[in-house]
Design a protein around this ligand. Structure first.
Ligand code: SIN
Ligand code: MN
Length: 202
């Protein structure tokens, strides 16, 4: 485990290849029940470059009319989100050091052109709980800063199996994904990167 200057915890190689494959199988099951959708920015309706879905009792969604929020159902199918697989709840228990279970796991899929702008995770009512994230597939360039947008940022590469924990003073750190490095992992047959972000919402 490495602790970066801004308090971000990074565990390179947290999941070995077998654990990555097992988790990926579970995520495929989630995506079969709750298909990936294209999220849109509040106000402008501009599509984001990632595709996303969720599992757990709540899921994070965004669209032009209603903006960033959590809801209990998939925005297209109207069905409740799939249950969070045990592979994920186990990771939460091991890494979060928090008395409550995660309620939401956001699944982001990045193709080789996708990125994510610098932002804070602050749509949760309970900000005392950490955000635990796992990377699968191609490597990305991850950028993390301070709790103000203009604060100094550091960048590092997140590889398949790495875990990142935003907690304590880094819970509200600005972060984003600047780019994906194609063909850097054999895990996903057609390439790309999956990021799984577990959170307590309320
Ligand atoms: C996110 O902030 O939702 C995703 C971060 C990542 O892809 O590593
Ligand atoms: Mn985020």
């Amino acid at each position: 485990m490495q602790v970066l200057p801004n308090g971000v915890h990074w565990i390179p190689g947290y999941l070995d290849i077998e654990a990555q494959r097992a988790l990926l199988d579970d995520i495929r099951g989630v995506v079969r029940q709750a298909p990936l959708f294209v999220p849109a920015m509040p106000g402008t309706g501009k599509p984001m470059s990632v595709r996303m879905t969720n599992c757990g009792s709540l899921g994070w969604v965004t669209d032009k009319a209603r903006g960033y929020r959590y809801q209990t159902t998939h925005p297209h199918t109207g069905k409740p989100w799939p249950t969070m697989p045990q592979s994920l709840t186990r990771i939460w228990t091991e890494l979060a050091s928090f008395p409550k279970p995660a309620q939401a796991c956001l699944v982001n899929f990045y193709d080789e052109r996708a990125k994510m702008g610098l932002h804070q995770d602050r749509d949760e009512r309970d900000l005392s709980a950490p955000v635990v994230s796992i990377s699968l597939g191609d490597t990305c360039l991850f950028r993390v800063g301070e709790t103000t947008r203009s604060g100094r940022t550091t960048s590092f590469r997140l590889s398949s199996g790495d875990a990142v924990i935003l907690s304590g003073k880094s819970r509200l750190a600005f972060h984003g994904v600047d780019r994906i490095y194609p063909d850097t992992s054999p895990l996903l047959k057609n390439g790309g990167r999956i990021n799984l972000t577990m959170r307590v919402v309320e």
